[in-house]
Structures are given as structure tokens and as C-alpha cells.
Design a protein around this ligand. Structure first.
Ligand code: KIV
Ligand code: ZN
Length: 514
């Protein structure tokens, strides 16, 4: 059985999804979850692209144990030196520079205006420079699937000779199809004499909906690493989805004779975390993590399932962390039980974080009889997310609304060190609340997206609200959770306003090129 390495690029290519930017604390939180998931490599950012990416790589390297931490770098001296600066404090065996240069004629002629010889020379030189700084260097010939094959093989051989221990073959524009990609990878294995000195990786985009299929074809042809993202987020139509590639290999080990080291029971939690942080929801019929992925509607299927699960179920929901909802704690549980369950779930919070999560838990237990693992995950993520400096917070909210009453919201907020109050009317209770918040904070932002979800089942379920705000080209997402959906909506709006204020304070850090 071959072990396929999982290179997770949620924090780099995933963050290139339109509007999916994450702050440094959120990236560290995702990286911790990726370590629990058991991925082999975390591409933590693109060091030269922004201060935020640089800082994230440094912090993830310092705070997250387990996976190798990679920084992306163009095949340019300044990029590689910046990547090295971000990685230098990480243990030697755990740092990787991932450098890339386009190799297709389309890119070389129209974008870079250089010859194939020049692209090859720069690639080799920059792999050499990276190799003089770290032992673990990955090289990607960008737009590989539209590159002439003999030239691609020449580049792959040359960068391996220069010290690249992983060569990644990207389908940058999501153009290839499975049978063709199989042939491309096979061609490289047959025409690059030193190919055994490196791991061949693949990085597929989903423009034609084929990213997972193409990655699987490449595994069949000998690829040993797959690059992917949680929920398949990424540039344009996204990247190969982590959960789909992992479960396809696990479920069809018999066919692929290959598997990964991912702890698949962590998949659902990882998916929910990315949705919470990016605000990008998963479609209900999405394989593995969609709300309907394990729901059987047809009577014939239900009949079969009741007789024998194997009739219509190819994976157990528990294997991806679903259906494991357990009643864990209640109103009378103390700090010890709370801490122990969080540790069992893989969370280790610092003392003050634990205390604040415990206080939130107590308040929740007063409102909600049954507390499930999913509720605890919300408490922990609220604690971790609350690291965004809080300029604004809700002190009191009173709503009146009904079939024969105009909705009004009376709101008291803390703004900086002062308290202020305002009453607003609106089309509904959320609208009235949002008008009161907007009046008190005098925000110039516009609300672009508003989404509500319930986290656990039942009448007393926690409701979660996501909002997207935009102001002067800056986009932020806020999240709030509460058993009262109007309070959750207020928390989400205020969370987004705090993020917007933090972003303004930091100044605008626009991504360069990619
Ligand atoms: O899609 C792509 O080609 C990339 C490279 C930087 C690997 O993301
Ligand atoms: Zn990509």
C-alpha cells in the first residue's frame, strides 16, 4: 500500500478564493486543526505577498507541531529570501520552500516575455538558492498541463538535479482531463531519468469540476503527493478538495493500493471551521461534507439501509466525524469535566481562554439543556476568534416584534470605553437591530451577505449567523452564535465591524500578483 502525502494549501491557494481572506489568528486556528487532521504539509502562506502572510507562517511554525510548514515563493531571489526569513526559526526537518515558475509557452510568451531557456535557467538557479537555505525544496512548473511535454520533462529533471526533493505538476487553469493527466504523469516517469530522486506531486484546479478526478488519475500514474484544500476552496472554481481525495483513496484502497495518513474523523470539524472563518458555505449535495452527503431520501434506499447498511452506504458517517454527536455536558458539569472533554476533542486552550470558554459554556447551559460536541466547538472558536480587538460590543438588546407590531430594537453598546444607546425600527427584528448598530457605530460599510444556520438539532439549537461587510474595497466576514438568532445576528455584525476596524488600523495589505 503506497502512502500518499497530503499537502494542504487552504491557507495559501484556499485563501485566494474571492473574499476568503483570513487574519493571522484565524490562520493559526486553521493550522492547528490541519495538524489534528494529520496532513503532511501545511502551505502556511506566501511570505512576500503581505505582512499578514509572513506573520502567519512564523506563528504557525512556532505554535503548530506535526506537519512540515511551507512558504510559497516565486522563482525570484527576494521571494526566496523572504520565505527563508519566515521559516528560519522552524525545526530544520519541518520547513519547506515551495518555489514556482511558469513553463507553458502561453505564459512565457504573453506574461513573462522570456524564452524557455531563460525560464529553465531561473528555475534551476532559484531552486539552488532555496536549497542553500533549507533541505526541503519543492518546485512547481506553473501551467504544467499546457506545457510541451519534452520541455516539461527537461525542467523537472533539471530542478531535481538542482536539489528539489518534491516536484509539483500544477493544472493551474483546470484544463486537463483524467486520461490526459494520467499520460502526462506517466510520461514524466518514463522520460525523466532522475525522477526517483523526488516525490511527484499534483495540484489540480477545479474549473471543469475535474480536480479530484485528475488528482486520482495522477496517483494511479505514480504521483506521491496531492495538493488540496478543505472544502475545495481556492482560486476561481477552487482546488482539489481534501475531504474528497482522502475519502476516495480510503474507500477505494482496494483499487488505488494507496492511502493517506489523514485522521478522517476530523474532516467534518475541519470543514465547519473553514465555513465559519471564511463564511463560504458548502453546497448541500457536496460530496463528503455536504448536509445531504449521508442523507437517504428514497424509500427503497431506506428499506435497504435498515436491513443492512452496506446496501447503500459506501462510507460510514462516523468515519468523517459525522453522527458522532454526543450529549457531553450539562448545566451541572464543572470545570474539570469541561476541560477534559475539550482535551478529548483535541483543544488545548491557555488558562485565560479556558476560563472564558467555561463562562460561555455556563451561560449556554442556562439557555440550552443538552450541550453537544458541536456546541463546544462553537464556544472554543468564539474564544479563539475573540482575539480580534473588541472596539465594539453589545451590552443589551431588547427586541419587540410580532404580527401586529412594528419591529423595534433598543440597543446598548460599548464603543471604546463609552456606552451608548439607540432605538431603531426596521422591516424585521434583524433589520431594526442592524439599523441601531449602524447608527451607534456610524459605520460606512455595506452589508453584502447574511446567512443563518443551526449548528445542532432541536428547538433550542444554537443558531449561527455569518455576515459579509464591505467598505472602501475591504471585505470582512463576521460570525456570531447564540440560542437567540437575533442576538447571533447582532454578534455577527459587531464581530465584522471589529474586524473592519482592525483591518483599517493595520492599513491595506494588498496581495501582490497571485
Ligand atoms: O495553481 C498553481 O499553479 C499554483 C502554483 C503556485 C503551484 O497555485
Ligand atoms: Zn493553484
Amino acid at each position: 500500500m503506497r502512502r500518499i502525502r497530503i499537502f494542504d494549501t487552504t491557507l495559501r491557494d484556499g485563501e485566494q478564493s474571492p473574499g476568503a481572506s483570513m487574519n493571522v489568528d484565524e490562520k493559526v486556528q486553521v493550522a492547528r486543526q490541519l495538524a489534528r487532521l494529520g496532513v503532511d504539509v501545511i502551505e502556511a502562506g506566501f511570505a512576500i505577498s503581505s505582512e499578514g502572510d509572513f506573520e502567519s507562517i512564523k506563528r504557525i511554525g512556532a505554535e503548530v507541531d506535526g506537519p512540515v510548514i511551507a512558504s510559497l515563493a516565486r522563482a525570484k531571489e527576494a521571494d526566496i529570501k523572504k520565505a527563508w526569513e519566515a521559516l528560519r526559526d522552524i525545526k530544520e526537518s519541518k520547513r519547506r520552500i515551495h518555489t514556482f515558475h511558469s513553463t507553458s509557452d502561453i505564459h512565457l510568451k504573453h506574461q513573462f516575455r522570456i524564452s524557455r531557456e531563460e525560464a529553465l535557467k531561473r528555475s534551476v538557479q532559484m531552486v539552488g538558492l532555496a536549497r542553500s537555505l533549507v533541505n526541503d525544496v519543492e518546485f512547481s512548473p506553473m501551467d504544467a498541463t499546457r506545457t510541451e511535454l519534452p520541455y516539461l520533462a527537461e525542467v523537472v529533471g533539471a530542478v531535481i538535479a538542482a536539489g528539489a526533493s518534491t516536484v509539483n505538476i500544477p493544472d493551474t487553469v483546470g484544463y486537463t482531463v483524467p486520461a490526459e493527466f494520467f499520460e502526462i504523469i506517466k510520461y514524466l516517469f518514463n522520460h525523466v531519468p532522475n525522477i526517483a530522486d523526488a516525490v511527484i506531486s499534483v495540484h489540480c484546479h477545479n474549473d471543469l469540476g475535474l480536480a479530484v478526478a485528475n488528482s486520482l488519475a495522477a496517483v494511479s500514474a505514480g504521483a506521491g503527493q496531492v495538493e488540496c484544500t478543505i472544502n475545495g476552496i481556492g482560486e476561481r472554481a477552487g482546488n482539489c478538495s481534501m475531504e474528497e481525495i482522502v475519502m476516495a483513496l480510503r474507500t477505494r484502497k482496494d483499487f488505488f493500493q494507496a492511502d493517506t495518513s489523514v485522521h478522517s474523523e476530523e474532516i467534518m470539524r475541519s470543514s465547519r471551521l473553514i465555513t465559519k472563518i471564511t463564511g463560504i458555505s458548502v453546497q448541500p449535495n457536496k460530496a463528503i461534507v455536504g448536509a445531504n452527503a449521508f442523507a437517504h431520501e428514497s424509500g427503497i434506499h431506506q428499506d435497504g439501509l435498515l436491513k443492512e447498511k452496506a446496501t447503500y452506504e459506501i462510507m460510514r458517517p462516523e468515519s468523517v466525524g459525522l453522527g458522532s454527536t454526543r450529549l457531553v455536558l450539562g448545566k451541572h458539569s464543572g470545570r474539570h469535566a469541561f476541560r477534559t472533554r475539550l482535551q478529548e476533542l483535541g483543544y488545548s486552550l491557555p488558562e485565560e481562554g479556558m476560563e472564558s470558554a467555561f463562562q460561555r459554556f455556563k451561560r449556554l447551559a442556562d439557555q440550552k439543556k443538552d450541550i453537544y460536541d458541536e456546541d463546544l466547538e462553537v464556544l472554543v472558536s468564539e474564544t479563539e476568534l475573540s482575539k480580534t480587538p473588541e472596539i465594539y460590543s453589545v451590552l443589551e438588546l431588547h427586541i419587540s416584534s410580532g404580527t401586529s407590531e412594528a419591529p423595534t430594537a433598543r440597543l446598548k453598546m460599548k464603543i471604546g470605553e463609552a456606552a451608548a444607546e439607540h432605538t431603531s425600527g426596521g422591516d424585521g427584528p434583524v433589520d431594526a437591530t442592524y439599523k441601531a448598530i449602524a447608527a451607534l457605530t456610524r459605520t460606512g460599510s455595506t452589508l453584502q451577505k447574511f446567512e443563518v444556520k443551526s449548528i445542532t438539532g432541536g428547538m433550542d439549537a444554537i443558531g449561527e449567523v455569518f455576515v459579509t461587510l464591505e467598505e472602501d474595497g475591504r471585505t470582512v466576514r463576521g460570525q456570531g452564535a447564540d440560542t437567540d438568532i437575533i442576538v447571533a445576528a447582532a454578534k455577527a455584525y459587531v464581530n465584522a465591524l471589529n474586524k473592519l476596524a482592525a483591518k483599517k488600523a493595520q492599513g491595506n495589505q494588498l496581495r501582490s500578483e497571485l
